[in-house]
Design a protein around this ligand. Structure first.
Ligand code: GRF
Length: 183
């Protein structure tokens, strides 16, 4: 059975959807006060949290992550709102086994503000993408992506809500397509 870990930095709504549908070995947060940790506790999912600033450098921080992943024999790392660029230490060991969800139709609107950037550009449609992680920012090979329209009476909030609702559909679909067994 494929074992998954989820990395999230903040809210963790995608983590919650994943954990409700699939067994999650552990969730990691790079912020000790992230709300995702409360979600993990409620769902009885093992969690770890430590911060980059607690280490000498990013290589040491990522070495600690690699150790955790190896200790738990993780097959697939699912980034879901993990707000750090994956560096060479983690990528060196796990490239090809890390996926990310992005709230836009890549290569359109990469980066940390995919929803706002699409909204501000006045697009008729944006989307959601799940892709393999490489050393770039949201540049890895696309696994699956879907379009999300911007409707005439949308506000940025309703547009954002529709994007998130699409994310909650797409992540489970992609995990299943990658051979992760549901609960
Ligand atoms: C999602 O929109 C995801 O696509 C992006 O960050 C957001 C995380 O939301 N990378 P949440 O923490 O899962 O609620």
């Amino acid at each position: 059975m494929k074992k998954i870990a989820v990395f999230a930095s903040g809210n963790g709504s995608n983590f919650q959807v994943i954990a409700e549908e699939f067994p999650v070995e552990f969730v990691f947060s790079d912020h000790r006060d992230a709300y995702v940790l409360e979600r993990a506790e409620k769902l009885s999912v093992l969690s770890y949290a430590f911060e980059l600033k607690e280490f000498e450098n990013k290589a040491d921080y990522e070495a600690a992550l690699v150790e955790l992943l190896q200790e738990h024999q993780i097959d697939l790392v699912c980034l879901a709102g993990y707000m750090k660029i994956v560096g060479p230490t983690l990528l060196g060991t796990y490239e090809g086994r890390i996926i990310n969800i992005h709230p836009a139709y890549l290569p359109e609107f990469p980066g940390a503000h995919g929803i706002e950037d699409a909204w501000n550009a006045g697009v008729a449609e944006s989307g959601v993408t799940i892709h393999w992680v490489d050393s770039g920012v949201d540049t890895g090979k696309v696994i699956k992506q879907v379009r999300v329209p911007r409707l005439a009476d949308d506000t940025i909030e309703s547009f954002e809500e529709r994007i998130h609702a699409t994310e909650y559909q797409l992540y489970p679909q992609v995990l299943e397509s990658l051979g992760v067994a549901r609960r």
